[in-house]
Design a protein around this ligand. Structure first.
Ligand code: HEM
Length: 223
């Protein structure tokens, strides 16, 4: 019993650290993707994508990133199952914080993000690995992959744009609780700072969700 308790605390700890790490990736990934909106030639985006795709340090780091996603998802599922199994016996009430509505749906929003990620990686990352991305033929970027055109082609399809917007709203809901929850799991609770962390959590979720949503929407309507 005691060891189960401590091992689920360890899982929560690892999951929180992995989650915070994934959030830093989300900021970097968003900054790079936003280049598509500010440079119609897509040159800047393609150059950065090429750098990210060829730099040995970033290439190694990519596997750490995938590991982070996998650990976060596996531990999340295990903890949720343990929680479901324990609840009928030990809890009359729900064992989640009631002040955040989305805290009850972390597993559900998480599963949607997992499905989104599989589709997203199949459409972009695996195409690159498989060498099926169109090549740039002119100018000083000749010979590089045109990742930008791939994104533009996808976001000119209304069904695809709707799918992204829905998935990214759900990502926002997930992050809204995730950020504050990570601090709680790491034991960083303080009367004075917890409200600030909660506020920051809403802010981070809104910035990331709105930032990502702006890309398919702007490309579909204005590019
Ligand atoms: C409008 C939103 C997004 C766009 C336009 C976008 C675009 C891309 C592109 C073009 C790639 C391939 C990069 C390359 O290999 O050169 C990529 C990879 C990736 N994306 Fe996204 N992405 C978006 C949202 C997201 C979100 C919300 C997540 C996470 C929940 C995510 C996670 C990843 C991961 C893990 C990779 C593989 C690692 C990498 O190549 O950097 N993306 N994305």
């Amino acid at each position: 019993m005691g060891s189960t308790f401590y091992s689920s605390l360890t899982k929560k700890y690892v999951m929180s650290l992995a989650g915070l790490f994934l959030m830093t990736f989300l900021f970097v990934h968003l900054a790079i993707n936003l280049l598509l909106l500010f440079d119609d030639s897509r040159g800047l985006f393609n150059q950065v994508a090429h750098f990210m795709g060829t730099n040995p340090f970033i290439q190694t780091f990519q596997w750490v990133l995938f590991g982070g996603f996998i650990i976060h998802m596996i531990f999340g599922v295990i903890l949720q199952i343990q929680n479901w199994m324990a609840r009928p016996k030990r809890y009359k009430k729900k064992a989640v914080s009631e002040d955040n509505y989305f805290s009850k749906f972390m597993i559900h929003t998480g599963i949607v993000i997992g499905i989104f990620l599989v589709i997203h990686l199949t459409d972009f990352f695996l195409k690159k690995i498989g060498g099926t991305v169109p090549e740039i033929h002119h100018g000083n970027l000749a010979g590089m992959e045109d990742m930008g055109i791939l994104v533009f082609e996808k976001f000119k399809m209304i069904g695809y744009v709707i799918f992204y917007v829905v998935a990214l709203v759900i990502l926002g809901f997930h992050l809204d609780h995730a950020f504050q929850s990570a601090f709680q799991s790491l034991g960083l609770n303080h009367k004075k700072y917890t409200p600030v962390i909660k506020w920051l959590s809403h802010f981070v979720a809104i910035v990331l969700a709105v930032g990502y949503i702006s890309i398919p929407v702007c490309i579909y309507f204005f590019k």
